[in-house]
Design a protein around this ligand. Structure first.
Ligand SMILES: [Zn+2]
Length: 199
């Protein structure tokens, strides 16, 4: 999660303002407006983030999608969803995966830019997936969490042509400029990448 975000960057504000002036018809297609309840990942539950917490876009037209960024919430699943719903929090991710059963919530459309990486360039080019848990509490990293998240990541990689490898499926700590440590050293990357490739 990226709660340390200070004031939104000037570039982000300008980008948001610029996009806000684009007639909605030009953003049709992948945009959520016409079908607000439809998720991108069929088994996901739609749990929308506040519109104050992400930047509308029409990816992958506006920006290529090059990365999946793996996060750990440092919050419960329910608290994470309520943080994303709070317009003051200035943070979001596309998906949140629940620890106990691997249930997937979608909070931001894949076409839109979620604010999760703490780096505008990486935000524009990535899908962010939050995993319920804490970096130092591996009991939260259940089989169901790994398996369901891997299926989600595999689907995203297939959709956008993102290679299913560690150069493109990265941790938040690997985003340039990030001061976050998630998903942390207890996240089993070799298992996760293997599951993504066999999903
Ligand atoms: Zn994170």
């Amino acid at each position: 999660m990226e709660r340390a975000t200070p004031i939104p960057s000037r570039r982000r504000l300008l980008m948001g303002a610029a996009l806000a002036t684009v007639p909605s018809a030009l953003l049709a297609g992948a945009r959520a407006e016409a079908r607000p309840q439809v998720v991108d990942y069929p088994s996901a539950e739609w749990q929308p983030a506040s519109t104050s917490n992400y930047t509308p876009s029409n990816r992958p037209t506006a920006y290529p999608l090059d990365y999946v960024v793996v996060h750990v919430t440092q919050e419960t699943y329910a608290d994470t969803l309520s943080i994303f719903r709070d317009p003051r929090s200035q943070v979001s991710a596309h998906y949140v995966v629940r620890s106990s059963d691997g249930h997937v919530a979608q909070c931001v459309r894949e076409a839109d830019v979620a604010w999760h990486a703490g780096n505008w360039d990486y935000n524009t080019r990535s899908i962010g997936i939050e995993h319920e848990g804490w970096v130092d509490r591996p009991a939260y990293f259940t089989d169901a969490l790994y398996e369901q998240s891997a299926r989600l990541t595999a689907a995203i990689c297939t959709t956008y042509g993102i290679p299913k490898d560690r150069a493109h499926i990265i941790g938040h700590h690997e985003v340039p400029g990030s001061d976050h440590t998630d998903p942390g050293p207890l996240w089993d990357w070799s298992r996760y990448i293997r599951l993504v490739n066999f999903a």
